[in-house]
Design a protein around this ligand. Structure first.
Ligand SMILES: Cc1cc2nc3c(=O)[nH]c(=O)nc-3n(C[C@H](O)[C@H](O)[C@H](O)COP(=O)(O)OP(=O)(O)OC[C@H]3O[C@@H](n4cnc5c(N)ncnc54)[C@H](O)[C@@H]3O)c2cc1C
Ligand code: FES
Length: 258
């Protein structure tokens, strides 16, 4: 595993869809070694505040460029949005384990279902690119139409898309996990891959268990060090406590104790 702390040059950083940002930075090393599902830990400012780095999933890589997308939530992401092309960001990565997909990546037959809740689309685009030969089915859930991201990117990869919104402004009206239950009445996929809020992942795990389908879930715990040193992001698994930043963020659904 090659983890580096680098000063990465920002190539572009733009506001996206109102409350989101899309940032591209230069790092041949991270681009070369990144696995879908891994993340980078970004120091958003050179000042003392905010002290803690902000973890962001690797959204995609192209040659020596690495992309992330982020929701502007608090101080860290607000500062990140102000950072300009040509400036440098202190970044550690690639971190974590990532999804386990090499066997599936070669298959043109496999049906895989990717389930994203909100910002959970961020790592799943990178995964969809790796699984594109099998044209995965992608389910995206959000509160409302405006919060559904990356549709064109998934379409460009040949994915079939199904959407769910809480308010019914687009797609199925209800939770993406209810949509998943409906889809599974007609399809028996080889695997489920999911990223999103904790309650959603818990339901995906239950559905996977009921349908006897293996599922890989990417958790977004609050983090401090990001390298397994502070024990701040531990989750309980069948083999004891594990850190989301080092042993995860991707866990098999059967491994986790909810
Ligand atoms: C492995 C991993 C990958 C992630 N990938 C992405 C990504 O690709 N894009 C993205 O937008 N966000 C991602 N996140 C979440 C992101 O790190 C936080 O949203 C960000 O750190 C918030 O920083 P802030 O200073 O803007 O907000 P803060 O001021 O720190 O917090 C603002 C609000 O966001 C909530 N929040 C903070 N951190 C998290 C977190 N880790 N998970 C859930 N809620 C949080 C806080 O509870 C608070 O309500 C990821 C988190 C992890 C652990
Ligand atoms: S954030 Fe420190 S151990 Fe995971």
């Amino acid at each position: 595993m090659s983890i580096a702390q680098i000063k990465a040059k920002i190539i572009s950083n733009q506001r996206l869809n109102g409350n989101y940002g899309h940032l591209e930075f230069e790092s041949g090393l991270i681009a070369k070694h990144a696995v879908a599902g891994q993340f980078v830990n970004i120091r958003v400012a050179d000042a003392l505040e905010p002290l803690l780095r902000r973890p962001m999933s690797i959204h995609g890589v192209k040659a020596s460029k690495v992309k992330i997308i982020y929701e502007i939530l608090g101080k860290g992401t607000q500062i990140l949005l102000t950072r300009k092309p040509g400036e440098f960001l202190d970044i550690i990565g690639p971190l974590g384990n990532g999804f386990n997909y090499p066997r599936l990546a070669k298959s043109t037959q496999a049906t895989n279902i990717l389930i994203a809740g909100g910002m959970g689309v961020a790592p799943l685009i990178f995964l969809a690119e790796k699984l594109k030969l099998s044209k995965p089915l992608v389910l995206i859930g959000a509160r409302t139409k405006k919060q559904i991201l990356c549709l064109q990117e998934f379409k460009a990869l040949g994915c079939t898309l199904k959407l769910a919104t809480d308010d019914g402004s687009v797609g199925f009206k209800g939770r993406v996990t209810d949509l998943l239950r409906i889809v599974l009445e007609q399809t028996k996929p080889l695997g489920l891959f999911s990223c999103g809020p904790h309650p959603m992942l818990k339901t995906v795990a239950q559905i996977a268990h009921e349908n006897k389908i293996p599922a890989q879930l990417s958790l977004e715990e609050h983090m401090a060090c990001g390298i397994g040193a502070c024990l701040g992001c531990e989750v309980l698994t069948k083999t004891g406590y594990k850190s989301v930043c080092k042993d995860g963020p991707v866990f098999s659904s059967e491994e986790l104790i909810w």
